[in-house]
Design a binder for this molecule. Structure first.
Ligand SMILES: Cc1ncc(C[n+]2csc(CCOP(=O)(O)OP(=O)(O)O)c2C)c(N)n1
Ligand SMILES: [Mg+2]
Length: 331
């Protein structure tokens, strides 16, 4: 596993153009700013329930989702703000959802752990660990039956791989060769437990062999590397060659949830990972490719103002009317 502070500068066929990379940088900075704003809002008691931030994991979300096309689907976890934004959800409506405003993605009734925006292909964030892998497999089966050629992308954590439903979902996808990409964000911890204390294999991608699908491990903080691996998996899925298990090695900068100060992490670990922060790495790559410093600075400025505007608009919106409680429910 390569873990350096630079990102692969040699351009490979199918790689994003400089302009696309600038767009990806902007989205990654937006996600980082979004999460920082949510943390501040949480400490002001503006966020009900819990919240799980993805600071540090932006390259997984943006790199993987950039390999999809309209009509494809994505499902993710409670640590899914970044994935939903990477699919193209509006900053304002995502903020509004987490702040419990009527203008939110789910009219403010879902909150941080249930972000859903079917219009952009985001078919849900799930708080029950591992419960959404069968949904990703189901979305892929639906695409097969409807002959849409759509691909389903599923984000989940390292800790999820020990859940029973995950085994069933991977097995069914494997036996039916369904068009799904399983993207495991290995951030080294499941809640407060380091991976080696719960999981008897070092490389989670090795588990793919048991389901008859390729398993690939990638530097999850290198957005270009993530995009390449997922683009290849998506192409295989679309061509009818079945699922892939991708393991992106990454790190969450913050604790597991809300106020967790993450004291269980060994001294120096966070600092080492900050040297591999995916955002400065992408900025350095762009500079190395000859993109003007002004264009990089502009992407940052655009991202920061979009976050500020989205947050202000969401904050100004009202809470859902109480009558809405009976809408969008089955019975
Ligand atoms: C079925 C189930 N068991 C336990 C929990 C409590 N829980 C919430 S998050 C979490 C850790 C999951 O870790 P991982 O899959 O690595 O995801 P990460 O939080 O690191 O993104 C646990 C055990 C839960 N939500 N659902
Ligand atoms: Mg984890």
């Amino acid at each position: 596993m390569r873990l350096d502070t630079t990102s692969s500068s040699a351009v490979v066929e199918g790689d994003p153009t400089d302009d696309e990379l600038l767009g990806m940088l902007r989205r990654m900075i937006e996600i980082r700013g979004f999460e920082d704003e949510i943390q501040r809002a949480f400490t002001k008691n503006l966020v009900r329930g819990s919240t799980h931030l993805c600071n540090g994991q932006e390259a997984c979300a943006v790199g993987a989702c950039s390999a999809l096309r309209p009509g494809d689907s994505m499902v993710c976890t409670y640590r899914g703000h970044g994935a939903v934004l990477a699919m193209g959800a509006s900053l304002e409506r995502t903020f509004a959802e987490i702040l419990g405003r009527e203008t939110g993605l789910c009219r403010g009734k879902g909150g941080s752990m249930h972000l859903t925006d079917v219009e952009v292909g985001a078919y849900g964030s799930f708080a029950i660990v591992g419960a959404h892998l069968p949904i990703a497999t189901g979305l892929a089966l639906a695409a097969r039956l409807d002959r849409t050629e759509a691909v389903s992308l599923c984000f989940f954590g390292d800790g999820s791989t020990n859940i029973g439903a995950v085994h069933e979902a991977l097995n069914l996808a494997g036996i039916w060769r369904l068009p799904v990409v399983f993207f495991c964000e290995n951030n080294l911890y499941g809640e407060y437990s380091p991976l080696p204390s719960t999981t008897p294999v070092e490389q989670l991608a090795d588990r793919a062999a048991g389901y008859g699908m390729p398993g690939v491990r990638v530097d999850g903080n290198d957005v270009v590397a993530v995009r390449r691996v997922v683009a290849e998996a998506v192409a295989r899925a679309r061509a009818g060659e079945g699922p892939t298990f991708v393991e992106g090695l990454t790190y969450r900068h913050r604790g597991h949830s809300r106020t967790d100060p993450a004291k269980y992490r060994p001294a120096g670990e966070l600092e080492r990972w900050l040297e591999h922060d995916p955002i400065p790495r992408l900025e350095a790559l762009l500079a190395e490719r000859g993109v003007a410093a002004a264009a990089i600075a502009q992407a940052r400025a655009d991202a920061e103002s979009a976050v500020a505007e989205g947050y202000a608009a969401a904050l100004a919106a009202s809470a859902p009317a109480v009558e809405l409680i009976h809408e969008d429910v089955y019975a």
